[in-house]
Write a protein that binds this ligand. Structure first.
Ligand SMILES: Cc1ncc(COP(=O)(O)O)c(C=O)c1O
Length: 422
């Protein structure tokens, strides 16, 4: 499953040397392993055993159409967060009956599009949204299938910006109001209440929060049934965390102190805990994994432009910045950074920074790295999810290409933007 590894001191993606990819496509460039995507997906799916379920890939993690096509081919579904993601998912071959639509601020035209395409369900976030959907469905002569997203006030123990299930987050309806909202919604002929939805955050590294959410959702489902609501689905969202530290090992690479939470973490072990709770709940389990399918399947190649000593620090200035990979700047996220051809034994503490006009433009701060020099190529690991998807043209910088490696072959699946594209 781990398709990025050193072969004779040269980082490879499957059978292709990263140096050849950098030569062919330039830097910065996102590189993905097809086998990794497929293997992660199959591994995830196998964990369910005989439990009736639907995995809807969270399209926001990586919206590349070629990658969406691969995932659709695996037979899973998709969860979209906008009309654009719906359009991409349906266009890439996900069948409408396996597509869901989540989001706290769906516009009327987005709701109409989803209803016209007859997707599996809209995950709704407020009473006001139910009324709007009801009105639109009525005008269209359709019945809208919905799940109610409920906020169970569970601390996912992750970065505040990616915590979504705490009471003060904007997501879902308060759990104390859920039964009233569900029973009211099911009286409307234009609405078919399928069930309950919960998504408590992203990069969650302890199964405890998931288990709490699953228990709360199942308990609510039980009460809703007693109140006469025909609950057929419980959607527990995504958020399964992945290992970012010490992802690649090499004798010349430093070993980071293990993040306690991430140590020994596997998505599947968390999923299994959750499945134990779900057991025979008597309804379909839906999940919406994003990061856990894609993060390990991609890297960002970047070239060292300059070394610079200043203010008692050593800066390694590279050609990828926060416009290419926003996660470190936005969430202080950790990504392992490695030379694609490690050859220096001495380690140093550096900031790896991008070329943009912001002090927040960094890929790593106070990081121990083998010494690197101008022209060296580095790989920023585990950037397959929320990497390109969060890229922008800030500072009028064209976005990098995306390349898919399959065994010995590689294909450009999104061209590098040009100045004319700006
Ligand atoms: C509603 C919803 N479902 C699923 C996901 C996917 O989360 P992850 O990529 O952590 O699995 C997200 C991401 O924030 C989300 O908002």
């Amino acid at each position: 499953m781990e398709e990025f590894r050193y072969k004779e001191d040269s980082l490879h993606c499957e059978e292709v040397a990263a140096s050849d990819l950098a030569q062919a496509y330039g830097t910065p460039a996102y590189i993905y392993s097809k086998n990794s995507i497929v293997d992660h997906t199959r591994h995830f799916e196998r964990a369910f055993g005989a439990i009736g379920h639907l995995s809807c890939y969270a399209v926001k993690a990586n919206t590349n159409s070629a990658i969406l096509g691969l995932l659709a081919h695996e037979g899973i579904g998709a969860d979209a967060g906008s009309i654009g993601e719906l359009h991409l998912a349906l266009g890439a071959g996900f069948p409408a009956e396996k597509v869901t639509y989540s989001g706290v601020g769906k516009r009327d035209d987005e709701i109409e599009y989803a209803l016209r395409r007859d997707i599996l369900a809209l995950n709704v976030e407020s009473e006001g949204e139910i009324d709007v959907i009801r009105g639109i469905a009525g005008r269209m002569g359709l019945v809208a299938r919905i799940l109610l997203r409920v906020n169970f006030d569970i601390d996912a123990g992750t970065h505040p910006y990616i915590t979504t299930g705490s009471r003060q987050n904007k997501f879902g309806v308060e759990s104390g109001r859920a039964i009233d909202i569900l029973t009211r919604a099911q009286t409307f002929p234009e609405i078919d209440v399928l069930g309950i939805h919960s998504h408590i955050g992203s990069q969650i590294t302890s199964s405890g929060a998931f288990v709490d959410a699953a228990r709360a959702a199942l308990e609510l489902a039980g009460r809703a049934r007693t109140a006469g609501v025909n609950v057929r689905q419980v959607n527990l969202g995504g958020g399964f965390g992945v290992q970012y530290r010490n992802y690649l090992r090499h004798t010349l690479l430093p070993v980071e102190p293990d993040d306690q939470e991430e140590a020994g973490l596997t998505t599947v072990s968390m999923l299994r805990e959750l499945l134990r709770v779900f057991g025979q709940a008597g309804c379909m389990l839906v999940v919406q994994p994003g990061r856990s399918l894609l993060a390990h399947a991609g890297i960002l190649l970047t070239k060292v432009l300059y070394r610079k000593e200043s203010g008692g620090k050593t800066f390694v200035v590279v050609d990828a910045g926060m416009n290419d990979l926003l996660r470190p700047s936005l969430y202080h996220s950790y990504h392992q950074i490695v030379p694609i051809a490690p050859h220096r034994a001495e380690h140093e503490v550096v900031d790896v920074v991008g070329p943009l006009c912001e002090s927040g433009d960094f890929l790593a701060q106070d990081r121990i790295l083998p010494r690197v020099d101008r022209g060296d190529i580095l790989a920023v690991m585990c950037t397959g999810a929320y990497g390109y998807a969060l890229a922008s043209n800030y500072n009028a910088r064209p976005r990098p290409p995306e390349v898919l490696v399959d065994g010995r072959s590689h294909t450009c699946i999104r061209k590098r933007e040009t100045l004319e594209d700006l």
